[in-house]
Design a protein around this ligand. Sequence first.
Ligand code: IVH
Length: 686
Amino acid sequence: MGEAMPAASKDVRERVKHLREEIDRHNYRYYILDSPEISDAEFDRLFDELLELEAKYPQLVTPDSPTQRVGALPLEKFRTVRHTLPMLSLNKATSEEEFFDFHRRVLELSGALEEKMHYTVEPKFDGLAVELVYRKGSFQLGSTRGDGTTGEDITINLRTVKTIPLHLRPDGGKPPDLIEVRGEVIIFREDFEKLNVAREEVGEEPFANPRNAAAGSVRQLDSKITASRPLKFFAYGIGLLKGKSPTSHYRTLQYLSQLGFKVNRYVELCEKTTDVVKHHRLVLDRREKLEYDIDGTVVKVDSYNLQSEIGELSHSPRWAVAWKFPPQQETTKIEEILISVGRTGALTPIALLKPVRVGGVEVSRASLHNEDEIARKDVRVGDTVVVQRAGDVIPEVVKVIASKRTGKEKEFVMPPICPVCGSKVERPPGEAISRCTRISCPAQVKERIAHFVSKGAMNIEGLGFKTINQLVERKMIADPADLYFLAKEELLPMERMGEKLAINILSEIEKSKTTSLARLFFSLGIRNVGYHLAQVLAKQFGSIDNLRSQTVESLTAVHEIGPVVATSIHNFFGDPRNLEFLEKLKKGGMKFPVEREIEGSLPLTGKTFVLTGALEKFTREQARSAIEELGGRVSSSVSRKTDYVVVGADPGSKHDKALRLGVEVIEEAEFVELMETHGGRVRPGL
Ligand code: IVH
């Protein structure tokens, strides 16, 4: 037994209680109302006194004490949680017309009179949706939205967010037995800038935008890291509520505010559609001046009775719509056009821009996709162009402002040799992509290795792009098979490498020698073979030798394998360099599995996606490979079996069909979020 705890007198207990109430009250005034009553020093004195008393009388420490926001031990991984009620997504409107289409539908479905249809209009935050469960007023469980049905348990991280109360305030009366509060975790722009400056100072990669920073921060396994990030929470709705429930959305928001949550000040109850339009415009007008990123407004039917009459589709309510703002555009100049080389040797032209702020983020590069795109838009070096940033990821050159031409602009010519290795560049007839022909080109090599070790492939943890870069630059490896010949002594002299990390990496590499056939097929990086097809091939052919002996015809006979994929596979095994590579893998200790069954599933196994409309942040190929890496598949047409339709700009008939069939429609930002939730990522290719 340790030392006996001193008993806490009634006075001490009361003082502790009083201190907690005071601290909570001052926190509330400071973080929620933005109107502190006391100085920081005075606040610190109260806090320190409480800390001291709790140290002396540990039996008085309660999980909802303001001192207990940080302190949980790091987790191995997040537990998954099923939401009691699904966290739905929103259909979108991109114009006033589309808002009125929504309005008409709502009237039709409810049979209500125009004057009875009131809406709340509020900003659409660009952050991460979470759910907070409070039992008897105390914060119990916090989770990410995930796929809407199940998310991840991030309670210990959300406890560190000061705008998330650990217990509900008494202003709302006796707390309900249970309330699920929903809202968005965001980072304010100014905090984001500071965070990035601090990261760069210590040599860490800056975050691309506040949304990514927020999403990355709440998904930290070590809650101390989350605690160091300036996260904020805006409440915008509820899930289940056991207790007396408000009768409308607006009242719910007022109630949430009484319970101690931050509710946005631009929430407006509108009795007429003209007011909806007015408020939408007002928010759009303020957009740039707000302290945080938003990408539209959300218009919700206010009355809960009307909401339930109007109803919900399986993935989105029919009583709400996300009315998106037009994408953010700016003009700037192209200073140079560079080439980046990907895994398959594809050469992607990238415009280096005179840095410009677009929607609060500095943009200095934009994708030009390929030669044909450049020709179509007639983009030249020195041109003044319109660039667009649609939320995040890769900005794009929308068009050239031809009237700004001086005559000094230079046309872009695809280099005949690879800028990385100097080998010949080829553009096969009928294709838009030019490729470096040297399989050992360092740029390709790095990308191929990154693919080989990625989650859906060999899943070798600890080998990030920086390490791969070093391994290749130091000529320690020239292809993925070389990984199996690495020795600890070789790794140790590398930058940022320690004994422990080296041992970890080697044991991860060792583990990958006994992998499944589907992973092996996928990791080979055969063109057009994503994870889903790798699974199909594994099931169908059972071994690598069998796959190798197939003809284009016998491959095409397999359901889901068309002539393009069949030719890719056939060509892959027809290339002696690839056969050598397989031999080398074998020598390195890789066990080539023989199996007939589909192996263990990935997070998106069985899920079908349809991509439609002009995707702005990444190419379809990038979206496809992100999906396939997680085991999902992409189909070209929408049916009842489709799980998600990812929509870009001007989506057209597939979007309509999805709405008709009740298939979940998600936007690019939500798609990125979905991928990230499952541990995947969309590679922007820059
Ligand atoms: S309400 C049933 N309100 O939008 C309604 N969502 O497409 C569901 N979002 O993942 C959500 N601001 O992250 C609602 N004021 C707001 C919002 C909002 C941002 C996000 C949320 C969700 C996505 C739904």
